[in-house]
Design a protein around this ligand. Structure first.
Ligand code: PMP
Length: 339
């Protein structure tokens, strides 16, 4: 089958059986291989959905500018989709994000605006800066400018209601008992949850939340409260975004780095899957959900993005030591220079 260009190459990713997680739990743990999207992350789907929606509503015109605040992956998706469709992208990114993502954004043609990483309550937060920048550019750009606004633009979760959810349903033949993933904007979790519950309301939906985010607390006690921190990028939310509103979430797990980082290393060393930190949170979350549900169940999660994006951090022994995380012996050896 020939796909017509980049836009048609987004989605329809494989579902991969995760051997060790399945054996450990007696369940079938399946990972949706979103790192195989052209921009190497799940966010290609949201980027395409947001752009298509803005074009359909007449807000984004040929030659227009797309402005977004992003931890990186949405920006990469937006920039790659924008190129063949004739749009420009301006990306506001917190300076704490990996150099590899910033380099990729520049390669993809985005104009990069780096800002200090401050919380959402601060007016200089990257999301708020991107909103103001879009407003200003809308007045000066000859073909106009839009704010993608991935957190509160529900075209994001709609992309998962329309594509990722139905794909998972079809790939499993409807034989699945649970779905779980982490939240950045909430588009992936809410969209897939809505699509799956529509088809079978008995499917258990789980949230895997890193420390430093407030959603584990929210879905277990009703109070938005954050404690601790995590090295994972692209996830960790402190509020109920528009994409998360009304999401049918049944259960939640708090997954610390000490639990998720070894999962990332195991997946690479034993299964050849080179993934980012949020995928570790997701697979660790799937194992927890499987243990809660008991053997014999089928549980799906998301393999969000490709690991080479984090070589300078997650796969860097020095970085791991600085965060007091254990460094596996084989990773230590990859840092040695052969003579
Ligand atoms: N993992 C990574 C690496 C991401 O970049 C993102 C998006 N920020 C997510 C997970 C979470 O996806 P969503 O925004 O749909 O909640």
């Amino acid at each position: 089958m020939i796909r017509n260009g980049l836009v048609e190459s987004i989605g329809n990713t494989p579902l991969i059986r995760l051997k060790r997680a399945s054996e450990e739990t007696g369940c079938e743990i399946l990972g949706k291989a979103e790192f195989l999207n052209p921009g190497q992350s799940v966010k290609d789907r949201a980027a395409l959905g947001i752009i298509r929606d803005a074009v359909a509503r007449g807000e984004l015109r040929p030659g227009g500018v797309i402005v977004e605040g992003t931890a990186g992956n949405t920006g990469i998706g937006l920039a790659l989709v924008a190129a063949p469709l004739g749009f420009r992208t301006v990306i506001v990114i917190p300076d704490t994000q990996s150099q590899e993502k910033k380099d990729m954004l520049k390669l993809a043609g985005a104009t990069l605006v780096e800002v200090p990483a401050v919380g959402y309550a601060n007016p200089n937060n990257y999301v708020k800066v991107s909103g103001r920048l879009a407003e200003a550019l809308a007045k000066t750009e000859p073909n106009g400018a839009i704010w993608a606004n991935q957190f509160d633009n529900v075209a994001n979760r709609q992309a998962h209601i329309d594509t990722t959810g139905p794909e998972i349903w079809e790939q499993t033949g409807g034989k699945l008992d649970g779905f779980i993933c982490a939240v950045g904007t909430g588009g992936t979790l809410a969209g897939i949850a809505i699509a799956l519950k529509e088809r079978n309301p008995k499917i258990q939906i789980g949230l895997a939340d890193p420390p430093g985010a407030a959603l584990y607390s929210y879905y277990t006690t009703g109070e938005l409260k954050a404690e601790g921190s995590s090295i994972t990028e692209g996830i960790g939310q402190g509020r109920i975004t528009a994409n998360l509103e009304g999401a049918p979430i049944d259960t939640a797990f708090l997954i610390p780095d000490e639990e998720s980082v070894p999962v990332v290393f195991d997946l690479l060393q034993h299964e050849g899957l080179c993934l980012g930190g949020s995928s570790g949170v997701n697979v660790a979350g799937a194992v927890r959900l499987a243990k809660e549900m008991g053997p014999g169940h089928t549980i799906v999660t998301i393999l969000c993005d490709y690991g080479t994006r984090y070589q300078s951090k997650l796969f860097n022994p020095e970085f791991l030591r600085s965060k007091h995380l254990p460094v596996p012996e084989w990773l230590e050896r990859t840092a040695e220079v052969p003579n």
